[in-house]
Design a protein around this ligand. Structure first.
Ligand code: LR7
Ligand code: MN
Length: 557
């Protein structure tokens, strides 16, 4: 009723009186409720109009990623480093640049030289700018923690968020100062940031380490989603919406941007190869692994396709706030730096979530060779202890591979601290086991539970060690004799069931003992590979248990 010109827009339209709502009933894409501007009937009569036109926009509830970027036409296009180009140190400043390097373990001199709001190239794959995201994306709190970060780099990180994110999606930006020692990060930083109402500074009263510093930020965050960033980054055009879109789709998705490279030497912004997954190798070292070209071809993977990752790099990701707390956040027993990315990755996958890299979201990061800040305790020990905590809680029987590859770890008798709460949490969340994770999420990781298994041959006698009534004897080798089968484990035990081979006396006669991963007297050293009787043993291990009259050979699977 009362919509004479409706036919020009669509064939039928029902109006709910003049309540400014129209229901279009034509075609699948036109079934949504639209709000339209209609003048009041009285008004129309007064203005002596008998007809009017209604303009409809089809509302799919989505829009193209907003490419707001005020830096695209920079104030000073000629400034050094502008558009992400490399900057160079003038000849007469070389010494100064060199001496300032250690302030951040990158070219601090150049960072100070280039604009804090420089433009960078839009490095997104084609078609990203065409992608649609929902109008009702959740809001996010940006959490950036830092300790003694370089002034210009920290500012550039914050400006890149402010300049390249839709303002309505940013609830606040929380800068967590992890007890920095530099004066400028106190008064001057507060003053500078006070011009941005959304930026909030939290000065911690003691050093928390990045893990607990992030948690301090998360505690006070008001956004629906937490977005963590390092403090030396540059968010690229359209970086935020694609991350939030994934979380909106499924609150158990943890979304990571593609991490691009800001050169530590010339501060240029460089893109990276597509199709990289976040992975780890033993003993839990993070790395990137390219999806093989034949897989890309076979599965027709596009540059814009989401990449599921066994683990995340750690520094840059969005996670639903409630979900993060349901997962028990990070293990707060992790100190300073390292391992928290493994912990969260295992926890997310094993407890029902997913970790993804979103190719249409790109953020640059300054990769540095060394941490520019001090560790309260020994750096290596801190990281090792963190990783051991993660291994103890999440790796089940596979923790033997972790310790086996970082063999010194088990010998150090690391004190990993109390793990009761973490183990309880895993039970409470009814998480899947690590075997499931390996089989389903990271099947390309080599993770055989035993390092080698087979017969133990005495070459001189051409006989094999055989278990007979819980003692050992030499018998003719027989590959199908179960009593001749032994496993050589990552922790260097030679196992037969629950029993392990070890010398029994000074004459080094061999006997069987109950296995115990921590008992060093049960351990055998794998010295070298020997090719030996191929029909019986395809590859053989020579093991020496301090000088033993026997050479032991184990066939590998
Ligand atoms: O005690 C500390 N307190 C802090 O607030 C130590 C660090 N920090 C801050 C620091 O200022 C920085 O902003 O925490 C942030 C991360 O520290 P970095 O930049 O020294 O770490 P990184 O970039 O070398 O290391 C990666 O692995 C870390 C493991 O704990 C964290 O997860 C980092 O966030 C992570 N960085 C990235 O994922 C970026 C890409 C690197 C890769 C691959
Ligand atoms: Mn970093």
């Amino acid at each position: 009723e009362d919509a004479p010109n409706m036919n020009s827009v669509t064939k039928t339209a029902e109006f709910n009186g003049l309540t400014k709502k129209a229901i279009l009933t034509e075609g699948p894409e036109l079934t949504k409720v639209h709000s339209v501007r209609l003048d009041d009937k009285e008004q129309l009569r007064k203005r002596n109009r008998s007809s009017y036109t209604v303009h409809f926009t089809r509302d799919t509830g989505m829009h193209k990623v907003l490419t707001i970027d005020v830096t695209l036409s920079p104030r000073n296009p000629k400034a050094p480093g502008q558009f992400g180009h490399p900057a160079s140190v003038p000849d007469d400043k070389q010494e100064e640049a060199k001496s300032r390097w250690k302030e951040g373990n990158f070219n601090v001199y150049l960072s100070d030289l280039i604009p804090v709001d420089r433009a960078i190239d839009d490095t997104r794959p084609d078609r990203c700018s065409e992608q649609l995201v929902h109008n009702d994306l959740p809001t996010t709190t940006i959490i950036m923690c830092f300790v003694d970060e370089v002034w210009s780099t920290l500012l550039r990180s914050v400006h890149s968020v402010l300049n390249r994110s839709p303002p309505h999606l940013i609830k606040e930006i929380i800068l967590v100062d992890d007890f920095s020692t530099k004066e400028y990060l106190k008064g001057s930083l507060d003053k500078y940031m006070s011009q941005f109402p959304k930026v909030q500074l939290l000065h911690l009263k003691e050093r928390h380490g990045l893990i607990r510093a992030r948690l301090a930020g998360a505690e006070i965050a008001k956004g629906d989603v937490l977005t963590f960033l390092d403090s030396h980054v540059e968010c690229n055009v359209g970086w935020l919406e694609p991350l939030l879109e994934r979380v909106r789709l499924n609150r158990k998705k943890v979304a990571c941007p593609v991490i691009e490279v800001i050169s530590d030497k010339d501060m240029s912004y460089m893109t990276v190869d597509n199709f990289q997954r976040g992975i780890f190798t033993w003993p839990m070292n993070f790395g990137w692994r390219q999806i093989p070209p034949e897989v890309i071809e076979k599965d027709k993977i596009k540059e814009t396709d989401i990449i599921r990752c066994p683990v995340m790099a750690g520094g840059l990701f969005s996670i639903d706030k409630k979900y993060f707390f349901e997962l028990g956040t990070y293990d707060p027993g992790l100190d300073v730096w390292g391992g928290e990315n493994m912990e969260l990755s295992f926890k997310v996958w094993m407890c029902g979530g997913e970790i993804e890299i979103i190719p249409c979201s790109r953020v640059g990061h300054i990769f540095r060779n060394d941490n520019p800040y001090s560790f309260p305790k020994d750096r290596i020990k801190t990281v090792e202890r963190n990783l051991a905590r993660v291994a103890e809680v999440w790796l089940d029987e596979y923790k033997e591979l972790f310790y086996g590859h970082g063999y010194h770890l088990i010998q150090k008798n690391l004190d990993v601290g109390d793990l009761t709460q973490q183990i309880e949490l895993r039970k409470k969340l009814k998480c899947k086991n690590f075997k499931w994770y390996l089989e389903n999420i990271y099947p390309d990781l080599e993770a055989p539970l035993v390092k080698a298994s087979g017969l133990i041959v005495n070459i001189a006698m051409a006989r094999c060690i055989t278990v007979e009534n819980s003692t050992l004897a030499f018998e003719t080798c027989n590959i199908s004799n179960k009593n001749q089968k032994f496993n050589y484990t990552w922790l260097r035990l030679i196992k037969h069931g629950d029993f392990c081979i070890a010398p029994v006396d000074a004459k080094r006669t061999l006997g069987l003992y109950p296995c115990d991963n921590r008992n060093n007297s049960l351990k055998w050293l794998h010295k070298s590979l020997v090719a030996f009787q191929p029909e019986l043993v395809s590859r053989a291990f020579v093991m020496i248990c301090p000088p033993l009259p026997l050479q032991l050979h184990l066939k590998q699977n």
